[in-house]
Write a protein that binds this ligand. Structure first.
Ligand code: FAD
Length: 505
């Protein structure tokens, strides 16, 4: 199809070739790659998406590709395309459609059933705001809420609640999906279940999520947020693993959120994720007597409201008593639930004001099997990293049985595995250790180390450039992944920015 013919497709939203729309769609948070689409669709409804995907699927001579773009917070161009249309999912509701916004695109909370129906491009912050009006909230989160529902469900969506609630993809009842053939299908465990499981964690390969029905729970009012430090890695991981083993106990006997991070440099204490420690809680690494200069911070929370406020202190105390952190290192803060969930946004605003948000982000996220996490610590945190990290390094374990193996996502083959997230920013400030080249090289070294040490790591938010690497990534699941692709997007139209399948045109 000639790009100008696209404009004759007759969509109700807006098919734009405006340079500023094209420019926005050609970039992402990673700022590492760039591809300009022919046009950007701001859909008015799922029907617009169906129309454009169908045109791409049925186009005989000159096909084109379609990439849904949630909020463009990928790292490596996963939502980009240079030979087709980007469908801008977030911001379409209301931004261009004014008061004629179809009611179907607004979050709809079902109080009795405890779920919410949302547009696939809805940002999680807006899902939270809508559900809080009913005293309810989703159960499983990401650390940052300015991500779209369709974008995180295409990966997994994880945070410190995943150990007991599972990732976001296990908290979805139903989806509406436009497949690569341009069909709009409703899917769930019961209906079109193959498509349902394929799309969850499916990297946008099988369809575009236009509606998701997300499970809710009563929203707590407040959060007790605690950080404690460790100098010994095995004590740290033993405590983390102990805490996640409590997943089936009643809420009063476990924490609601378990995460952690690695501190290899003093600078990190003042880092965006660590502003917690200061100014009221100044902390000096050197004062804590670290082993090899590395500290580990366990981060836990306890949710509560008026009815449980009296017992919260006791519950927290009795859980902390079972842990072996450095006793002088307990940092506690207390805040509204919504402020806890939205914590990274505050850091974003700070970084933006210093011009440090829109910089390249060579992030690397790995799932590491529990049996090899100590080797990873020795080889990477105490080895490859040196004493400057360039950004936060998260580390927390999850229970594999909380993940549904029928979804497309791949995780290590052990009951417990860790997320290790190197969330680093490259700066052009003349410091070699903060340069993009240096950080990219270090990422390659980390992957090589895992490979050579036989650590069966899996990338989360994976990025590969050859199909051979993808086949290796999916392992046993590749056959099913490929079959699902042939069934739901046989012309390889969708999400080509993932670089898994190449369209034939
Ligand atoms: P995009 O980058 O726009 O798209 C990602 C992929 O999904 C693309 O392939 C795209 O084509 C596809 N896609 C987008 N929308 C749809 C749709 N409606 N239907 C089908 N496919 C679609 N992840 C976590 O799990 N936990 C975290 O705590 C976390 N924190 C983060 C913090 C920051 C600051 C950032 C930048 C990212 C973080 N992420 C986290 C990663 C994030 O979940 C992924 O990058 C996610 O893809 C971003 O969502 P998005 O809406 O921006 O997606």
């Amino acid at each position: 199809m000639d790009p100008t013919e696209l404009l004759r497709l007759g969509v109700y939203g807006q098919l734009s070739v405006d340079p500023s729309d094209v420019q926005t769609a050609s970039l992402d948070f990673g700022m590492l790659s760039r591809a300009e689409p022919w046009a950007v669709l701001h859909p008015a409804s799922a029907d617009d998406i169906t129309r454009v995907v169908k045109a791409a699927y049925e186009s005989e001579a000159h096909g084109f590709t379609i990439s849904a773009r949630g909020h463009g917070h990928s790292i490596n161009g996963q939502a980009q395309t240079s030979n087709g249309v980007v469908i801008q999912m977030s911001g379409s509701r209301g931004r261009r459609l004014g008061s004629s916004t179809p009611a179907a695109l607004r979050p709809h909370v079902y109080e009795k059933e405890r779920y919410v129906d949302v547009w696939g491009g809805e940002l999680w912050i807006d899902v939270l705001r809508s559900t809080l009006e009913h005293g309810l909230a989703p159960k499983s989160w990401t650390d940052y809420l300015y991500l779209s529902v369709g974008g995180t469900l295409s990966n997994a969506g994880i945070s410190g609640q995943a150990f007991h609630q599972g990732p976001q993809i296990t908290n979805v009842h139903e989806l509406d999906v436009v497949t690569g053939k341009g069909e709009l299908l409703t899917c769930s465990e019961e209906q079109n279940s193959g498509l349902f499981h394929a799309v969850l964690g499916g990297l946008g390969q099988f369809g575009i999520i236009t509606r998701a029905r997300i499970s809710l729970e009563p929203a707590p009012k407040r959060v007790r947020w605690i950080r404690v430090l460790y100098s010994d890695f095995s004590t740290f991981t033993r405590d983390q693993e102990y805490l996640i083993s409590l997943h089936e106990l009643p809420a009063s006997q476990k924490f609601d959120y378990v995460e952690g991070f690695v501190i290899v440099d003093e600078g990190l204490i003042n880092n965006w994720r660590s502003s917690f420690f200061s100014p009221r809680n100044p902390v000096k690494i050197t004062s804590l007597g670290t082993d090899g200069g590395v500290l580990y911070c366990l981060e836990i929370t306890k949710n509560y409201d008026e009815s449980t406020a009296d017992t919260t202190d006791q519950e927290v105390e009795s859980l902390l008593k079972k842990l072996n952190f450095i006793q002088s290192s307990v940092f506690t803060t207390d805040l509204l639930y919504v402020d806890f969930l939205d914590r990274v946004h505050k850091a974003e605003l700070k970084l933006r004001s210093k011009g440090l948000w829109e910089v390249p982000h060579p992030w690397l996220n790995l799932f590491i099997p529990k049996s090899r996490i100590a080797d990873f610590d020795k080889g990477v945190f105490k080895g490859i990293l040196g004493n400057k990290t360039g950004g936060p390094i998260l580390i927390y374990p999850m229970n594999k049985h909380k993940w549904d193996n029928r979804s497309s996502v791949v995780t290590p083959d052990e009951d417990v595995f860790y997320l290790v997230a190197f969330l680093r920013s490259a700066l052009d400030n003349g410091e070699e250790m903060q340069s993009l080249e240096y950080l990219n090289h270090q990422n390659r070294q980390i992957l090589k180390f895992c490979d050579e040490a036989g650590i069966k790591a899996k990338q989360y938010l994976p990025h590969y450039t050859t199909q051979e690497e993808w086949v290796d990534h999916f392992g046993d699941k590749w056959g099913q992944f490929y079959q699902r692709k042939m069934e739901f997007d046989p012309r390889y139209i969708l999400a080509t920015g993932q670089r898994i399948f190449k369209p034939s045109f």
